[in-house]
Design a protein around this ligand. Structure first.
Ligand code: SAH
Length: 482
């Protein structure tokens, strides 16, 4: 007896994923509209021998036919058109003619995809992400194409462009690798070492020369390819995980060790590789700045020297009122491989939150980022100069002293200000007022750190923005009587 070939259509099929080589193979696309055009566009990249069948073709399809990239068949579909065809895509706008094509293909044992008709299809076209020759395809078996597309978008964000270059490099060197490691087991070890080493990161950083060197080194001195550790100084942005850069996200997903500030919230740490070691390196009670910094330096060095990929994660941007400058000096001095991945700093996030520009050709030609924290030598006069915006990173307790200093230096008590607490986070609040009344206002509304103060004519826009209700979060706005 043969195998029971009856198909139970009530059970969802487990689809067999397949990457087909269609070069020179006959493929028929039925339909001449935009849906057909999109399918043809994807098929053209495969080098298939494509025929479109439709009485009327849209402009894009017509152009391809005129340039000899496609054949065109006019008239009503006949099953004989399927002779010698390997794949069929039924992509006309109507379900009934698509089903006729599908039935004819099915009878002849030819794979057919019917657009938006899972039941009639014998193959599906997945949502896919491409990096050169490397492809990832996602399918929900027709159950939820939008979900599959969302997964695809996630992958799109996660897979670095350099993966294409990496694939190409391995393809080019394939013969040499085979000669060097004829035994499959040894070859696999070589690939594991190579891909777990510096090569992918170097390509990601666009340093093809060093990548080539790392490859040669791995090929010729397989024992010397122990991974070199590295440190990335990464900006985590103001708090909303959506404001991380793609590069920051990828660094977090590659990290072995994460040294993070207190300001970096759990939502962001959650995006990191699950088994990365997370170490909070915020200032400890009773510990001075120098001691904290020495501890961070020691941890960076210890883990990098052990061959780990270290991410030093700081709120906002690492080079704006962070410890990035000192850390860069330290890494350079100790010859540790490193890079900086910038983040959205609080001034930028605060301006966006309050709906105010930091510069505006009508009233602010420059912006000064300032952290007067505990310092008495702030040059008040320079800050009082007109036509500039001040974005002040500060402790809320300093608001009084700051306001007095600026007023005493000549900045009017009626200068518009906006204070943004927890910019970009769900609990974000903005408080608009003037240099004169803001300290009292902040006390009244019990503002806490982290908060950023924007001072200058631009802040007048904040009041307007808040009156139109454009800001999210609780908003306390005082219209100042001029
Ligand atoms: N490197 C960080 C700044 C660190 S200093 C950056 O580039 O943003 C810490 C100060 O930044 C806080 O006291 C506060 O003034 C400001 N800050 C950081 N995150 C903030 C946020 N989400 N909302 C408002 N201010 C913030």
């Amino acid at each position: 007896m043969g195998i029971n070939a009856s198909i139970d259509t009530a059970v969802p099929a487990s689809l067999f994923p397949l990457f087909a080589d269609l070069r020179g193979r006959a493929v028929l696309v039925v339909g001449g509209g935009d849906v057909a055009r999109r399918k043809v566009a994807a098929l053209l990249e495969t080098g298939a021998d494509i025929t479109v069948a439709a009485s009327v073709l849209d402009r894009g399809l017509r152009e391809w036919v005129e340039r000899g990239r496609l054949h065109h068949r006019e008239g009503d579909f006949e099953p004989a058109w399927l002779d010698g065809v390997m794949l069929v895509v039924a992509a006309s706008h109507d379900r009934a003619p698509n089903r006729v094509v599908a039935e004819a293909a099915r009878t002849r044992g030819i794979f057919v995809n019917v657009v938006d008709d899972t039941e009639a299809s014998t193959f599906h076209i997945p949502a896919s992400v491409r990096r050169g020759r490397l492809q990832v395809a996602v399918s929900s078996g027709g159950a939820a194409p939008v979900l599959a597309r969302r997964v695809r978008e996630k992958l799109e964000a996660e897979l670095d462009d350099s993966l294409g270059v990496l694939t190409e490099l391995l393809a080019r060197e394939r013969a040499r690798i085979r000669r060097r490691f004829p035994q499959a087991g040894k070859r696999r070890h070589f690939f594991e070492r190579l891909l777990g080493g510096d090569l992918p990161r170097l390509l990601c950083e666009g340093d093809e020369a060093s990548a080539k060197l790392a490859f040669e080194c791995a090929l010729n001195e397989p024992d010397a390819t122990r991974r070199r550790g590295s440190v990335a100084l990464v900006g985590a942005g103001p708090g909303d995980p959506g404001l991380l850069t793609l590069k920051a996200l990828r660094a977090l997903q590659d990290a072995d060790v994460i040294l993070h500030d207190r300001l970096v919230g759990p939502d962001i740490l959650e995006l990191a590789r699950r088994d990365a070691e997370r170490i909070s390196v915020g200032k400890r009670v009773g510990e001075g700045h120098d001691a904290t910094q020495a501890r961070i330096h020691a941890l960076m060095l210890q883990h990098a020297r052990a061959g780990k990929r270290v991410v030093r994660l700081q709120g906002g941007d690492p080079l704006v009122f962070g410890r990035g400058g000192e850390e860069l000096d330290f890494l350079r001095a100790h010859g540790v491989a490193h890079e900086v991945i910038p983040g959205i700093t609080a001034a930028i996030a605060g301006a966006a939150a309050a709906g105010v520009p930091l510069t505006d050709r009508r009233c602010a030609r420059s912006v000064t980022l300032l952290s007067p924290r505990g310092r008495t030598d702030v040059d008040g006069e320079a800050l009082a100069a007109p036509g500039q915006t001040l974005a002040i990173y500060m402790g809320v307790g300093e608001l009084d002293a700051l306001s007095h200093l600026l007023i005493a230096s000549g900045r009017g008590a009626d200068t518009p200000c906006v204070l943004i607490e927890n910019a970009s986070l769900p609990q974000q609040r903005t408080l608009a007022g003037t240099l004169g009344d803001l300290p009292a206002l902040a006390r009244e509304h019990d503002v806490h750190a982290p908060a950023l103060l924007i001072v200058g004519e631009v802040a007048a826009h904040a009041q307007r923005a808040m009156h139109t209700g454009r800001c999210r979060g609780e908003t306390a706005s005082i219209a100042h009587a001029a």
